[in-house]
Write a protein of this length. Structure first.
Length: 349
């Protein structure tokens, strides 16, 4: 009976891996008795969008084959991806790795990339936190639809801690929870820095596998003080095709590579790399030039982590508080690749 159960599982294909459940390595346990069939499946991701559908398909197949038996299908999610070793950090909590997302200029999609990368890492089963440190335009609360969140403070071992928002399974802390968007520009450097320090050290994080930092655009004092507060394990630079050639990106990369800062640059993400109209899905229009990021990456010995086209669902997802990497399979695929490359880069370091 057990052999027959495995044959049935081998006939069910996971839509994403495009392989059957056995070949995908998703079958953790099979047990059979005269009146009982038990299957335990473990999916690689923390939240597999197909989990419910596949569980049903397995139950149906087993019931059809063994009408008299009691059928039990258990789905476990996540756990296939190796977690980074935890390391002891200061007061910032139990955080294994810190990844900064930076850009030379505003408007290139840095915050969008940070949000979607956080979702892609979550989908891989990692425990993820996101610190929105973009004081000039904190946009993460909107990206995750938690604008109204008012952080609670709890006292823990004599210290006040601020509770992050639960943003679709991601721990989110944003400077936007504390200031009105219109006031952001009035913040002087010192005020912003002290608020950021507080968010870094007093947030009740984790335990986390990855903390993503959505940095302000450019290369200012704020960057230097954040780097001084928190050991950053890797930087991801976001650029559009137009911006990649200009001095801002170069300065951004050089900031991290500066010997006093020495943050490894995991690579560059080219955002809005091309446009594909809905009705001509095979056409790519390189509105702002082509291959710039790839060339830049090659010339400077930096990895090209990925190229993301202009996609309507990315823009709409940002407006509606649901990052597209969590709902649009096409976007999910782009970000899954970037997430895997970032994880590899960070694990090496
Ligand atoms: P930044 O953080 O660099 O200032 P944002 O992440 O706020 O930039 O993005 C700027 C605007 O561009 C937002 O409206 C966002 O929805 C949109 N956007 C970013 N990336 C894409 C993309 N790949 N496709 C479509 N729209 C995008």
């Amino acid at each position: 009976m057990e052999k027959r159960i495995r044959e049935l599982l081998a006939a069910i294909v996971h839509p994403e891996t495009e392989r059957d459940l056995v070949a995908s390595g998703f079958v953790e346990h099979v047990a059979a008795a005269a009146d009982k069939a038990t299957v335990v499946l473990r999916f690689a991701k923390g939240r597999d969008p197909f989990a419910v559908k596949i569980k049903k398909a397995v139950e149906e197949a087993l019931r059809r084959e063994f009408p008299a038996a009691e059928v039990l299908v258990v789905v476990k999610e996540g756990g296939a991806a190796p977690r980074p070793e935890p390391k002891t950090t200061s007061s910032a909590g139990d955080i294994a790795r810190v990844i900064a997302i930076a850009s030379g200029k505003g408007g290139v999609g840095k915050s969008t990339v940070a949000a979607n990368l956080a979702v892609a890492l979550r989908n891989r089963g990692f425990r993820v936190g996101l610190l929105d440190a973009d004081i000039y335009g904190p946009s993460q609360p909107k990206m995750f639809g938690v604008e109204g969140y008012v952080p609670d403070a709890v006292r823990e071992e004599g210290v006040d801690r601020i509770v992050p928002a639960d943003a679709q399974g991601i721990e989110l802390m944003s400077i936007g929870f504390f200031i009105k968007p219109d006031d952001a520009l009035l913040w002087r450097g010192a005020m912003a820095v002290s608020a950021l320090k507080q968010m870094i050290h007093q947030t009740k994080w984790g335990p986390l596998d990855f903390l993503l930092l959505d940095l302000p655009p450019g290369t200012g004092d704020i960057h230097l003080s954040i780097v001084g507060e928190l050991k950053i394990d890797a930087a991801v630079i976001v650029s559009t095709p137009q911006q990649v050639a200009v001095a801002d990106v170069v300065r951004g990369v050089e900031l991290f590579r500066n010997e006093n800062i020495a943050v490894p640059v995991a690579g560059i993400v080219e955002n809005m790399a091309w446009f594909t109209p809905e009705e001509l899905p095979d056409n790519r229009y390189y509105l702002f030039g082509r291959g710039g990021a790839r060339r830049y990456a090659e010339e400077h010995g930096i990895e090209l982590l990925g190229e993301i086209p202009i996609v309507q669902s990315i823009m709409e997802g940002a407006e509606e508080g649901r990052p597209a990497a969590g709902i649009d399979p096409r976007v999910e695929r782009y970000y899954r690749e970037i997430a895997d490359k970032v994880v590899t880069a960070v694990m090496k370091g």
